[in-house]
Design a binder for this molecule. Sequence first.
Ligand SMILES: O=C(O)CCC(=O)C(=O)O
Ligand SMILES: [Fe+2]
Length: 278
Amino acid sequence: MPLHIRPLTPALGAQVLDIDLRTPLSSSQHHALEQALLEHQVLFFRDQSLAPGDHARFAAHFGDLHVHPVYPHVPGLPEITVLDTQSLDTRDTATWHTDVTFLATPAMGAVLAARQLPPCGGDTLWASGIAAYGALSPQLRQLLDGLSATHDISKHFPQAIEGVITAQYMARLKAAQVQNPPVSHPVVRTHPVSGRKALFVNEGFTTRIDQLPVAESDALLRFLFAHATRPEFTLRWRWQTGDVAFWDNRATQHYAVDDYLPQRRVMHRAAILGDKPF
Ligand SMILES: O=C(O)CCC(=O)C(=O)O
Ligand SMILES: [Fe+2]
């Protein structure tokens, strides 16, 4: 049966209907989901209630899974990261970011499942780097095409240090900072599959445009962070328990809205290994 796909905005996002992610994908479903991900950049599935094992199995259709260096995971399943506001300060995700761009090979995508939600609030927004890049003037695109930028794990996580966090978390963060010195990526990334160009700087991790003096880099990054997250290039997803989102981390960034504490919110995430941006 062909997938039933309902686009959500012109820039990005689509809901996929009539699919059960707990059953192994057929090769035609697999191919259709890959195509839909390329086109819409973030896909949503309602009413899935994926157990952690199902979750890991679904995500592994698209590549090997990444084990996050800082966040905790489901016992016995290191590939399933747990973002639980009761045991973790997740406020660092309330910053526009692309996941793990502090790695030389950031994740190609991620699958996020809503396990427990506050009565209201806790939405997540995504933004399309393809739409953002396409809306720039040819002159600015030409300038950006030749630039690279530094991404640094230490920019993203420090605010979490002020919260209620455990000694284990701090130890993992310190080790991750030592193991992941800053890396450079192109400011404009060419999608390795679709060939489309996407703006690839994010406020969470990007600290500096390498070829520019600090003042120019700061000003240009400030503009690019604001431009990349204009409402026209974003969508906002209102979660229901059992929802699953699958995003292309090569072409998007996201922001988890931090408006519901002290209510509890629990999300599970699997990230899929990616390749070196070019
Ligand atoms: O909790 C969310 O909605 C998203 C958190 C996040 O940034 C992620 O899972 O990568
Ligand atoms: Fe994230």
